[in-house]
Ligand binder design. Structure first.
Ligand SMILES: C[S@@+](CC[C@H](N)C(=O)[O-])C[C@H]1O[C@@H](n2cnc3c(N)ncnc32)[C@H](O)[C@@H]1O
Length: 221
């Protein structure tokens, strides 16, 4: 994947602005340039962000879309439930960074950057009824990192995303995120697309050209 210079500038701006506004980008924004470049590669179409906190990941996607003139809305799925958040987002010991985001702060951050984020204030599993018929070109998994949650996120997105699925925290500390990516990359419909530091992305596999006419048309259209 080509890392776009624009994605680096946008990630820096978002990380800085959120810190100044009393929030933060997860993992100091380490994965944000990769995420924005992935969303750019996906092209026109909607994006869904699972686990939005102060909005860093959703904002970089909205901003790269605007910068490149790409169509599509950005949806955020996050329950903003303190108990769930404390279980899934604990700042590392000694790191005094805020994690108590509210939906109001997410939407105020969107307003600050003059972009729209469509918030579904729910858990990502079971998949929200409001989005049951939606199709996305790209998605980012950064919600509950433990137990079956990352796998459920992939399974829920598997048939709804046509392009790329990224994830944060592909690292030793989050064995269930690692398990989900390794499983997903071994399926017939998804493959490993890109990995750098703790960001990993999957790409949807199109039917091979030789398979049949329908497959060939899809590839060539
Ligand atoms: C690591 S933070 C997300 C950071 C954000 N993506 C960023 O770029 O700064 C995890 C978020 O996941 C949310 N979350 C926890 N469990 C969830 C679930 N089951 N579904 C969706 N979001 C969840 C938390 O409320 C928290 O805001």
């Amino acid at each position: 994947m080509r890392i776009l210079p624009e994605s680096i500038d946008i990630a820096r701006d978002v990380t800085k602005a959120l810190a100044e506004r009393g929030g933060r980008a997860a993992d100091s924004g380490l994965s944000l340039p990769f995420l924005a470049s992935m969303a750019a590669a996906a092209g026109d179409g909607d994006h869904v962000d699972i686990g939005s906190l102060y909005g860093a990941s959703a904002l970089v996607v909205a901003l790269i879309k605007r910068k490149l003139g790409l169509k599509g809305d950005v949806y955020c799925i996050d329950p903003y439930d303190q108990k769930k958040r404390d279980a899934s987002v604990k700042p590392s010991a000694g790191l005094d960074t805020p994690v108590s985001a509210t939906p109001e702060e997410l939407l105020a951050n969107a307003e600050h950057f003059d972009v729209e984020l469509k918030l579904i204030r729910k858990n990502s599993h079971p998949w929200p009824e409001e989005l049951k018929d939606n199709v996305f070109v790209s998605a980012y998994i950064d919600g509950d990192h433990l137990g079956e949650a990352p796998m459920n996120d992939f399974l829920n997105l598997r048939g709804r995303v046509t392009g790329y699925i990224g994830t944060d925290n592909f690292e030793e500390e989050y064995a269930d995120v690692v398990r989900m990516i390794l499983f997903a990359a071994a399926q017939e419909d998804w493959f490993l697309y890109y990995k750098s530091m703790i960001f990993a992305a999957l790409r949807r596999i199109l039917p091979p050209r030789h398979m049949d006419d329908a497959g060939a048309n899809m590839v060539l259209r």
